[in-house]
Design a protein around this ligand. Sequence first.
Ligand code: NAD
Ligand code: TYD
Length: 339
Amino acid sequence: MQLLVTGGAGFIGSNFIRYMLNKYPSISIVNFDKLTYAGNLENLISVEHNPKYHFTKGDICDKSQVHAVIKKHNINIIVNFAAESHVDRSISEPDIFVQTNIMGTQTLLEAAKALQVTRYIQISTDEVYGSLGETGYFTEETPLAPNSPYSASKAGADLLVRAYHETYGLHTNITRCSNNYGPFHFPEKLIPLMITNALENKELPIYGNGLNIRDWLHVEDHAAAIDLVIQAGRPGEVYNIGGHNEWSNIDIVREILTLLGEPMDSIRYVEDRKGHDQRYAIDPSKIMEELQWKPHYTFGIGIQETIRWYLDNREWWQRIKTGEYKNYYKQQYEDRLLF
Ligand code: NAD
Ligand code: TYD
C-alpha cells in the first residue's frame, strides 16, 4: 500500500501517520505538506528515520507538485487531511480557506483521476451539517448547512468529492468526524489553548455563555476509523465518526482546571464567536455497524493523558506560542479580554 497523506504535519495527520506505521510494518507513507503555521515536522520526530516514511514539502493547490509526488512514489491511495482548519481564522481571513480547502481538494481529485489512484479519502468534519438544537444527532443523511467560512469550504470540498465519484467513478470516501483532542493539538483550539494558558497562568477566554456543546473524540480513535474506511469503505459512501461524548465548553474548561489542580478564577467570559454553532453531536451507527468501529478511549483517560502530554512537552507548545502565534493571539483575544 503506497499512501499519500496530505497535511500529515498537522495535528490529526501526524497522529494518523504514527498510528498506521505502528500498525502496518509494510505500509509506505508519503507525507505531503505545505508546512503552514499549523504544520510542524516536530510532530513526526518519532518516525522521521523510519524507511517507510517520506516527507515532501508541497502545496495541494499546485498541480505539478501533486502530480510529481504521486508519480514518484507510485501512490495508490490518497488521504486528504490538508486544510485550513480553524473557525476563528476563517472568520477573519476566509480567502485562504476557499483556496486550500476547495481548490486544493479539486487539484487532488483531478490528479487522482488522471493518475489512476485507486482510492481517495477526504477527511471532512461534522461542521458541514451546521448546528443542532438541544436534541438530535448528525447522520450521514443530515442536509449540509455550514455556517462558518471554514465549514462552508469543507462542505464545498465534500461536494466536489461526491461529484468525482458520480461523474468519473473515482473510488472516494468522505469521513465526517466530531472535534478531536489528544497530543500535538495546535494551541489555538479550545482544549490545548486552555491547558497551555492554565499552565502559563493566563486568562482562559470562553466565548459567549460557555454553553455551546462539542462532541469530543480522541485523535487515535479517529485514526482507527479512517484506517477502517481505507480498508473497507464502500465506494462513494460518507461515514460519520464520533463517540457520544458531549461536553459544554465551560464544563470542559472546569474539568481541565480541576485535573491540573488550578483554581477557577482565571476563566473569563468574552465576546462570542460570530455565527457560533450551538451544538454538534454525531450519530456513529453507520461506521459502527458496517465497519465494526468503536472508540477505545474513555474521555476520563483520554483527557488525563492529553494533559500529561502537555505537561511533559512544554518545549513543543512554548516554541509555537512564542512565534508568529503571539500576533494571532493578540489580534484574536486582546480586545475581547479588555472588555
Ligand atoms: P491542522 O490545522 O492541525 O493541520 C493542517 C495541516 O495541513 C498542516 O500540517 C498544514 O501545514 C497542512 N496544509 C495546509 N494547507 C496546505 C496546503 N495547501 N497544501 C499542503 N498542506 C497544507 O488540522 P487538523 O486539526 O489536523 O485537521 C486535519 C483535517 O481534519 C482537516 O481537513 C480538518 O478539516 C479535519 N477535521 C479536523 C477536526 C478537529 O477536531 N481538528 C475534526 C474533524 C475534521
Ligand atoms: P474550537 O476548538 O475552535 O473547535 P470548533 O470551533 O471547530 O468546534 O472550539 C471549540 C469550542 O470552544 C467552540 O464552541 C468555540 C469555543 N472556544 C472558546 O470558547 N474559546 C476559545 O478561545 C476557543 C478557541 C474556542
